[in-house]
Design a protein around this ligand. Structure first.
Ligand code: VGL
Ligand code: ZN
Length: 201
């Protein structure tokens, strides 16, 4: 197991930690709240090292194409400027977190935080070449963000203990993790102060 050292190349990406994806929300991810404590440890560490934090959010209009009423697969969720779209209050986001809103027009969905946003440009402007990805949900927005990050040329660390899956089909989350690693993401675990790479089996 090798320790990860943060440097000027690093940023943290927190994916969609919004009330509608947490227990009680309209598209609750099972045990989604369990990621908050590990993500807060990551936030403390990246903060100590003065590394930038990006927080994505699903930011849908009320008639979004992914909603069942519009023929999509999901119940209405994360409608812009509603409580369900707010970041969880328990999440210790720094005041200077950079917020990336996605899927904010009615006719397009975007699971990836890179899709239709300026995330890649904002990372490059800051000299970021490596991202650490955590959040919800493993099998949708995290998976698509991670594969886009790799396609965009970013070295990509993933933190399985700081993610949870929707698991529409049992095993979707595990398969998503396998796919991310197969594409080149490096799985890490959170240690006492920092992260270590998990050996790939
Ligand atoms: C997500 C389903 C629909 C996600 C977003 O954040 O993973 N999943 N919209
Ligand atoms: Zn959505």
């Amino acid at each position: 197991m090798s320790a990860i050292h943060l440097g000027p190349q690093d940023a943290l990406l927190v994916i969609d930690l919004q009330y509608d994806f947490l227990p009680g929300g309209s598209l609750a991810v099972p045990a989604g709240h369990e990621v908050i404590a590990p993500i807060n440890r990551l936030l403390a560490w990246f903060g100590d090292e003065h590394r930038p934090v990006f927080a994505s959010r699903d930011w849908h209009p009320g008639d979004h194409c992914s909603f069942k009423e519009q023929g999509g697969p999901w119940p209405p969720h994360c409608v812009a400027d509603t409580r369900g779209a707010e970041f969880a209050n328990e999440l210790a986001l720094p005041d200077d977190a950079i917020i990336i809103s996605k899927a904010d027009t009615a006719d397009q969905d975007a699971y990836s935080a890179f899709n239709g946003t300026d995330l890649a440009q904002q990372l490059r402007e800051r000299g970021i070449t490596r991202v650490t990805v955590c959040g919800l949900a493993t099998d949708y927005c995290v998976l698509n963000t991670v594969t886009d990050a790799l396609d965009e040329g970013f070295e990509t660390l993933i933190v399985p203990e700081a993610m949870r899956a929707v698991d529409v089909h049992p095993g979707d989350g595990t398969r998503a993790l396998d796919r991310m690693v197969a594409r080149g993401a490096v799985a890490v675990r959170i240690g006492d102060h920092g992260m270590t790479a998990l050996s790939v089996s």
